[in-house]
Design a protein around this ligand. Structure first.
Ligand SMILES: C[S@@+](CC[C@H](N)C(=O)[O-])C[C@H]1O[C@@H](n2cnc3c(N)ncnc32)[C@H](O)[C@@H]1O
Length: 387
């Protein structure tokens, strides 16, 4: 692998591509291109380490290594069998393959994954008279197979475990939001660590912790122990140490407040456990509070939250979303609030016109991420404090 000019593909969730592209540009990516659920760019080996360590909206970071066309399974196997696999792995290392297949020729992703596994194992067997182990859970080397019609792309997965696994989530709560999605929502909402932040329905605290990480400019993977690139034969441990040190030196102080409310004591316990695991007890405060009985206490204020929606947590209150709107209107003047919901009928009951609507997916659920601007009096005379 040419370690100076590496072509890189970074996967993300639908709707977060622009946010990710901005992150990658700030981290020094070259030729940044926005794709569907991905961003492509170029950089050197150090840059690959840096984005694995820092990018908040990256799910996994791939390095394409082979590309070819195959029109049937024999061609597919033969071309794979001819690759020099020892460039990327040692026979003593274990490997795994994950795949995305979008092809009329290759309909079953499991079947092609198995064929690729056979080609790698047969290759080593023939050349070195030994076979590497397949290890689906904790492989040393992880390959990604992508087939788009006849075009086959084999990549090395430089991350290993997906990057939403930040390492601070010890308790799940009932419907925790994915960490990458949470960070993307915060960045879409313009949270930059200036001012104060409230998640009025914080559950297990994901948005709070991600908000604190942004506020302190902590690298997204500060708690992570292992990346797949550390098993590569070109791994440069000194370079990675330098990159981590340089990045950690950028961590800044935060002078605002980050607060979470939840009505459910069990959820608050889960949030506290996670906040402690993230070593953020001094920065994040959570308290048992019914949002509908609360009023604005922080000035200026940005709110971002994911209220319960029917598919994941049943709401036994038909007026739940109406109460959100009433609370916004009566108790949160001059506030910018964002919420994510898949219940597009229910959000109408909020009774305020969202000033922005962004399509996102929470798992398989199609959702809207909605911005509400609460002014006191008319728009003409009052400016939002936190803009
Ligand atoms: C979808 S969960 C939030 C999940 C959270 N973002 C996470 O990552 O774990 C919604 C939360 O809203 C809380 N909730 C429901 N009604 C509430 C109310 N009136 N006031 C405050 N919290 C409420 C629930 O207890 C639940 O924890």
């Amino acid at each position: 692998m040419d370690t100076e000019n590496i072509k890189i593909q970074i996967k993300t969730f639908f709707g977060l591509e622009q946010v990710l592209a901005e992150e990658i540009k700030k981290l020094g990516g070259r030729n940044v291109e926005v794709k569907n659920r991905a961003v492509n760019c170029e950089g050197d080996l150090g840059f690959l380490y840096k984005i694995n360590y820092s990018a908040r909206t990256a799910l996994k970071i791939l390095v394409p290594v082979f590309e070819f066309k195959a029109f049937n399974q024999h061609q597919f196997y033969d071309k794979l069998f001819k690759m020099e696999w020892e460039q990327f792995m040692d026979v003593d290392q274990s490997f795994a393959i994950d795949s995305t297949v979008n092809s009329e020729t290759f309909k079953h992703s499991q079947f092609v994954t198995l064929k690729m596994k056979d080609a790698i194992v047969d290759y080593f067997q023939e050349k070195f008279k030994r076979r590497p182990n397949v290890e689906p859970k904790n492989p040393d080397i992880k390959f990604h197979l992508h087939i788009d019609r006849e075009l086959v792309t084999i990549s090395l997965d430089s991350s290993g475990d997906p990057l939403f696994k930040r390492g601070y989530r010890k308790e799940q709560g009932e419907a925790p939001i994915n960490e990458v999605l949470a960070s993307g929502m915060l960045q879409l909402a313009g949270w930059d660590g200036k001012g104060n932040f409230l998640d009025p329905m914080c559950g297990s605290g994901t948005l709070l912790i991600e908000a604190a990480m942004i506020a302190l400019d902590l690298p997204a993977q500060i708690f992570r122990r292992r990346f797949a690139f550390q098993n590569w034969n070109n791994y440069d441990a000194d370079l990675f140490t330098k990159i981590k040190e340089f990045r950690v030196n950028r961590v800044r102080e935060f002078h605002g407040k980050i607060i979470g409310y939840d009505i459910d004591g069990k959820m608050l316990n889960a949030a506290s456990v996670n906040i402690e695991a993230a070593e953020m007890e001094d920065i994040i405060e959570v308290k048992r509070q019914n949002f509908f009985e609360s009023k604005k206490e922080l000035f200026p204020l940005l709110m971002v939250f994911n209220p319960p929606y029917d598919e994941r947590i049943s709401i036994n209150d038909d007026d739940f979303y109406k109460k959100i709107g009433d609370t916004f209107k009566t108790h949160y003047p001059n506030t910018l609030a964002w919420l994510i919901s898949s219940d597009l009928e229910a959000v109408k009951k909020i009774g305020l016109r969202p000033s922005r609507k962004i399509k996102l997916f929470n798992g398989k659920l199609e959702t809207r991420f909605l911005q509400y601007e609460m002014y006191e009096g008319t728009k003409k005379v009052h400016k939002l404090e936190n803009q």
